[in-house]
Design a protein around this ligand. Structure first.
Ligand code: GLU
Length: 472
């Protein structure tokens, strides 16, 4: 079999929709699975809407997802140019071929493709006029996802519009033909165009490529197609919100494809090995933001520590996200990179997203951290938290150097001496030193904060709990 050549053919609209990203991904996976080529072609015939900025969004989104293209903008290749706006002479050339075969005519300034078949006139009740129709032989498409689809065109269609611009169907087919595309993997919204495309391929004396139309992505509540206004529908949103690109990519793989067992989190190499058109589901896929968040959290947990630290630094410090939590970044970034790394090492397995990090870690970096009223109510309403805090403070003070083992041992000894439970000590202490009842491992947190900070925070908290004693 000849080499597989697939393409992603976006129209730069200014957005990179996850439906488009998924189409790109499936094409890319198929190329990598078969050892073929993945081509990026920019369908920018609609010049008014196309800008450099719109192109940049797509190229950056693709790169962010790790989808490299073998031919296309910035990569070059033998089948260029890869912008439709630069291929006018090719389109004129192919228009000539259709003219030679007498398959073209002009009407009202537009150039039409002539279907083959018996012609008849029918009254169009919508347009309220008579229209000429054609009984063309049905096109039979053996779609690799949808199965056999039959559709007969019954109207000649436009090749060049009245403004002289070539139309979508024509350029799409000429490009697929001249770029040697073997498999067209695209959104199901194009299924209804495919019979026109087959007509054109045949008129040009070419065999149509293999088609695989992938199902739509529905909103999470199932009410229709995800549109660019729906939250979570744009790749640039995930970039901005600092999702892990591998997690987004892994999640997108599962939107319409599955490895036929229940696995979800999978290495890319494995997906490449297993990916095939036969594994694409013909049912519509439903977008599930929760599942994507879980995936993201899982990738975050398993990320090498250095990379997590880098991502955290870029967001919290460089992008100043910690400032929003009232942390003066400049004060502690001066020297103490090790403290920062200690905090991140501790928090990596617990935090759900980079986006959540500022709130999750702020108290490590300021003494002026807020105390969550809900957590406070919950923790302080039981037993005698003030007494427990004073006991634990005294016990902690006795530990010469904080290590997790030493602290745990000491608190255990305390519970044995007093008969209180470990939770009676841990909950108020966590509240006192962090202002909240959720967070990373307790003993790990105390170690990272360090003895002096922990004792000072407990003291301050105790003071805030007690009415100020009258002087004298
Ligand atoms: N430019 C078309 C789109 O963005 C691509 C159609 C195709 O893949 O054939 O929908």
């Amino acid at each position: 079999m000849s080499e597989v050549r697939v393409r992603f053919a976006p129209s730069p609209t200014g957005f990179f929709h996850i439906g488009g990203a998924r189409t790109a991904l499936f094409n890319w996976l198929y190329a990598r699975h078969t050892g073929g080529k993945f081509i990026l072609r920019i369908e920018d015939t609609d010049r008014e809407r196309n800008t450099k900025e719109a192109l940049r969004v797509i190229l950056e989104g693709l790169r962010w997802l790790g989808l490299d293209w073998d031919e296309g903008p910035e990569a070059g290749g033998e089948h260029g140019p890869y912008f439709q706006s630069e291929r006018s002479s090719i389109y004129l050339d192919y228009l000539g071929k259709l003219k030679d075969k007498n398959r073209v005519y002009e009407k009202d300034g537009a150039v039409y493709f002539r279907l083959e078949g018996e012609r008849y006139v029918e009254f169009d009740s919508y347009k309220k006029c008579e229209v000429e129709k054609v009984r063309a032989a049905p096109q039979v498409i053996e779609d690799r996802v949808r199965g056999r689809v039959e559709r007969a065109e019954d109207r000649d269609f436009v090749l060049f519009r009245r403004n002289g611009q070539p139309g979508f169907h024509f350029v799409n087919v000429v490009d697929d033909l001249t770029m040697g595309i073997t498999h067209v993997i695209r959104g199901e919204d194009h299924l209804s165009n495919t019979s026109k495309h087959c007509e054109l391929f045949q008129a040009l004396g070419a065999e149509p490529p293999v088609f695989a139309h992938i199902p739509l992505i529905l909103k999470s509540n199932g009410s229709g197609k995800m549109s660019k206004r729906d939250s979570g529908s744009l790749v640039e949103e995930y970039q901005r919100r600092r999702f892990v690109p591998e997690a987004v990519r892994n999640y997108l793989c599962l939107l319409g494809w599955s490895p036929k067992d229940d696995r979800e989190k999978m290495d890319l190499e494995e997906i490449i090995e297993l990916f095939d058109l036969s594994g694409i589901n013909s049912n519509n896929a439903r977008f599930d933001e929760k599942k994507l968040s879980f995936m993201n959290a899982a990738y975050l947990r398993e990320m090498p520590r250095e990379r997590f630290g880098r991502e955290a630094w870029d967001y919290l410090v460089k992008a100043e996200a910690l400032k929003q939590e009232g942390v003066d970044v400049s004060q502690w970034t001066q020297g103490d990179r090790r403290y920062f790394e200690g905090v991140m090492k501790l928090c990596q397995e617990k935090v759900r997203s980079i986006e959540d990090l500022p709130r999750f870690v702020a108290y490590f970096f300021t003494e002026d951290y807020p105390v969550d009223p809900k957590a406070s109510e919950k923790v302080l309403k039981k037993g005698s938290p003030g007494a427990r805090l004073r006991e634990v403070r005294a016990a902690l003070e006795e530990v010469p150097a904080f290590t997790e083992e030493k602290l745990e041992e000491r608190v255990k000894a305390l519970t044995e001496a007093t008969g209180c439970g470990a939770g009676d000590y841990i909950h108020p202490t966590r509240l006192a030193v962090s202002g909240t009842n959720v967070g990373p491992s307790f003993y790990g947190m105390l170690c990272v904060l360090g003895k002096a900070r922990v004792l000072a925070r407990i003291d301050r908290f105790l003071q805030s709990m007690e009415p100020v004693p009258a002087a004298g």
